[in-house]
Design a protein around this ligand. Structure first.
Ligand code: ATP
Ligand code: MG
Length: 265
């Protein structure tokens, strides 16, 4: 009798937890919708502010003491526009999940950025392992992750002679899915920032350059895909990666269950 009551109590407790989680999940979904709407609504007024400021800047006499302030209004509006663009991009509904080789979105990201990288004389090292197990998910989102990582690497080596960016993929240890590493030999991440880089709006870049959302978005996308992304420590870099890498991010993704549902690519 005691046992049965105990079991019942446990089941009840479990149900309560489940209910709480459900409410929390729907609140989060609602919050997401509010954020998306808000960001959309902010676009127009912001565009107005920027346009009026631009008009003012043109009309102000060369020696006006207000010129600098008005230029700052424009600068800040551009920054807000960039934040809005990124949040909208992120909150857009994800596409249908498909099966693909992780090398494909990596190739697409590199192709997209190739021109700029070539122009800046950046050496790109590709170590993409063939015949990896397929992963399942949103191709464009995974491509976005690599675009963000390569963008950061490029910023970190800007102005450095002999800048290099490497992308490697390999089968996960113990046959658990796939791993990808993006590394560079740029200015590196100081110890005191290591715990902050994935936080939303954390940036060390100038106003016009960074919103601080890149790595946050990467982490959200990778988690959504059942994986993890982390910054490698210096010993791990020496152990795992070739010549001269300074900063490296590693992604792990589970391999797809090809027996399950989904439409193969
Ligand atoms: N490869 C890297 N080398 C050195 N520092 C890096 C690297 N990647 C990220 N960081 C640091 O982490 C911070 C956060 O990166 P994140 O991509 O989230 O934002 P951001 O690049 O500053 O802005 P955004 O990506 O929105 O344009 C950067 O400002 C930079 O200080
Ligand atoms: Mg970035």
């Amino acid at each position: 009798m005691e046992g049965l009551t105990g079991e019942l109590r446990n089941a009840e407790e479990e149900l309560r937890t489940l209910r709480r989680e459900l409410i929390q999940a729907s609140k989060m979904a609602e919050l997401g919708t509010i954020a998306a709407t808000m960001v959309h609504e902010l676009k127009q007024p912001l565009f107005g502010i920027k346009s009026f400021a631009q008009m003012m800047l043109e009309k102000l006499p060369e020696d006006s003491p207000f010129k600098k302030k008005v230029a700052q209004i424009i600068e800040q509006s551009v920054r807000m526009e960039e934040i809005i663009r990124r949040i909208r991009e992120f909150s857009r509904k994800s596409g249908e999940a498909t099966f693909f080789d992780i090398n494909e979105p990596i190739g697409a990201a590199l192709e997209l950025l190739a021109h700029g990288l070539r122009k800046s004389n950046i050496r790109v090292l590709r170590g993409l392992s063939p015949e990896l197990p397929k992963i399942k998910g949103d191709f464009n989102q995974i491509e976005q992750v690599f675009i963000n990582l390569i963008d950061n690497a490029r910023d970190a080596i800007e102005g450095i002679n002999g800048g290099m960016i490497g992308v490697e993929t390999r089968q996960g240890t113990e046959n658990q899915g796939v791993e990808a590493v993006v590394y560079d030999n740029g200015y590196g991440i100081p110890e005191e920032f290591r715990n902050n880089v994935f936080k939303s709006f954390f940036t060390t870049k100038e106003k016009e350059k960074g919103t601080g959302l890149g790595l946050f978005i990467c982490q959200e996308i990778i988690r959504d895909h059942g994986g993890e992304i982390r910054l490698l420590g210096s010993e791990e870099i020496t152990r795992e990666i070739n010549e001269g890498a300074v900063t490296a991010f590693k992604i792990k993704l589970p391999k797809a269950d090809l027996q399950g549902d989904g439409n193969g690519r």
